[in-house]
Design a protein around this ligand. Structure first.
Ligand SMILES: Cc1ncc(COP(=O)(O)O)c(C=O)c1O
Length: 403
């Protein structure tokens, strides 16, 4: 009885969150979570509606690939569904070691450490290798996980305008020669689909003695020989000290990894907080990732198909008159500007049977709201043409394109 009275009188200390949500609604930025009623596939059911799906990072269709399913099921039978521990206590299984060996071989580095996600790989690595006495020089469009890692490290953060190598050089010139510096870029920028200026940034890192780090989350399985990433695409092997990749996008399962020297990897075993303080991958996830490496090596035609579809779809959007920005990858943004218009385009597409998410602030700048599209290797031409027709109709209805 007493407890009830106290509870009834209590003001909700989280009431300010409702005000924040109202403000998002007024700005047209409030989004309901879309729910898949089926598998993650190029045509699927979302919110009970059949749609052509242009919103996933499932570049090669591996989320439902039979070889990955089979290996994951076999791992569940043999090893169970969880590890019950962090890697550094009792959560390292032979299957984790095998995955890391296979990734290191694939990426042509001495060693690899796998994290629970690409996010924790970036944040855990940057925050552990830098201290408050160091400085990080970071592209303004680098992923949130890099930004969070920089903040956690307490290092000084210097941001250069997107891909502006000269601006990065000016920053480096102004810094004391003996200060430890990390130069960091995404390999593929996730919202614009353009590539980091790797060769020029590697040269800069060499000139100024920086640690060079690349987040290749969207390049893994997409760029380079058999999907080895932008380091391979640009031929800068040996010039990037810290390579981050993800197992959550083209690889089709979940996780992130860091590839580099054995010293770097052993250091991360001892200092990277997500590695030390969060439970390791369930065996089926590790098994699916190993199977995905086999697929990358043995079925490179999938990557060819991804690129054929990408060229077809990009050309179609451009012919319709959409602004697709600077994309050089299967990520093709349809830049609209105003957030509520971008969300309206996304909603109209959905009503026409195409799932392409609207993206606004803070994920992109306030005046650069967009609908982001990603085609996959497994889309058929008919599906892509259907999506282009829907873009044409919806774009004309909203006055985004003419004709
Ligand atoms: C550029 C970039 N880096 C890192 C990540 C994080 O990867 P994950 O989804 O595996 O945590 C993402 C995913 O959104 C990304 O786009």
């Amino acid at each position: 009885m007493v407890v009830k009275a106290t509870y009834a009188m209590r003001n909700d200390p989280l009431a300010f969150l409702s005000a924040e949500l109202d403000s998002l609604k007024q700005q047209g930025l409030y989004r309901h979570l879309r729910v898949l009623d089926d598998e993650q596939k190029p045509s699927t059911t979302v919110d009970h509606q059949h749609v052509v799906n242009l919103s996933s990072n499932n570049y090669l269709g591996l989320t439902t690939h039979p070889r990955l399913r089979e290996r994951a099921l076999e791992a569940i039978e043999r090893l169970g569904v969880g590890t019950g521990s962090v890697r550094t206590i009792a959560g390292t299984m032979d299957i984790h070691m095998e995955l890391e060996r296979r990734l290191a071989e694939f990426k042509q580095t001495e060693a690899v450490v796998v994290f629970q996600s690409g996010f924790t790989a970036n944040a855990g690595t940057v925050s552990s290798i830098l201290t408050k006495d160091d400085v990080v020089i970071s592209d303004e469009l680098n992923h949130a996980s890099i930004i969070d890692g920089c903040r956690l490290s307490r290092a000084d953060i210097k941001v250069f305008p997107h891909k502006d190598v000269e601006a990065a050089r000016k920053i480096l010139k102004s810094l004391p020669a003996n200060q430890r510096k990390l130069l960091i870029t995404d390999g593929v920028f996730s919202m614009d689909g353009d590539l980091g200026a790797l060769p020029d940034l590697c040269a800069l890192a060499e000139e100024f003695g920086c640690i060079m780090m690349v987040d290749d989350a969207h390049a893994s399985g997409v760029f380079g020989r058999n999907g080895r990433g932008t380091i391979d695409h640009f031929g800068v092997h040996g010039r990037v000290d810290v390579q981050v990749g993800t197992l959550s996008k083209a690889i089709g399962a979940l996780g992130g990894y860091v590839a580099g020297t054995r010293a770097l990897i052993e250091f991360l075993h001892h200092r990277a907080r997500p590695f030390l303080f969060s439970t390791s991958h369930p065996p089926p996830v590790a098994a699916a990732c190993i199977a995905a490496i086999d697929v990358l090596i043995e079925e490179p035609a999938l990557i060819d198909r991804l690129w054929e579809n990408t060229r077809f779809f990009k050309a179609g959007l451009n012919q319709l008159g959409f602004n697709t920005g600077m994309s050089e990858s299967p990520i093709t943004p349809v830049i609209v500007g105003d957030a509520s218009r971008a969300m309206a385009l996304s909603d109209r597409l959905f009503a026409r049977g195409v799932f392409a998410q609207g993206i606004g602030f803070p994920t992109v700048a306030r005046d650069k709201a967009r609908v982001r599209t990603i085609v996959t290797a497994t889309h058929t031409r008919d599906e892509l043409q259907f999506a282009l027709d829907a873009f044409g109709h919806a774009g004309r209805e909203l006055g985004i394109i003419q004709g």
